[in-house]
Design a protein. Sequence first.
Length: 197
Amino acid sequence: MSIYAPSPAFENAASYLSKASSLSSVSNTIKLELYGLYKYLTVSHAPNTSRPQQDHGERASEAEARYIAIARELGWAPPMRVRWTWTRTMMKPQSQAGGFGFGTSKGGGALSDLAISGNVHELRAYLDANPNVDVNVKDENGYTPLHLACDRGHADVVRLLLERGADPSIKDDDDLTGRELAEISGHDEIMSVLKAA
């Protein structure tokens, strides 16, 4: 029997729910369901009866989908939908419509930070100073700088990354390309840029 590994989305949703003030307004039934799903996915989901059971991977996948659906109802959204503000020294997440700011671009370093910021001049300077940098490197969340720029709506950054060798066919951990992220986010200009690439 293979062990089911919860997805990064589940881990992020669980982290969000562990601090969510919205949990105080839900019923005990929902809280118990969340607790049961969490324990099922993180502790053990092996059968403890002799009855035939549905495939464990399939059941775990369904449990994770339900957990994430409840988290969304309580204000959680995947980190890629966070909009960022940029200062010369740091990035800060802005609150979303639901009042929550969360998610980061971990592990991508300066290149990911610059793609998120949308500052094409600083990005160009960085790329000029670091000509051997891999513009297709993924961060810890599975996003390339191109994914991040497409999601945030930074068309000039997308153009620059493409000029410097960014591969528009690379998919993130959710199996989405930068063009698909731009489409989901409603960034028509970026979709046109990528279609021409």
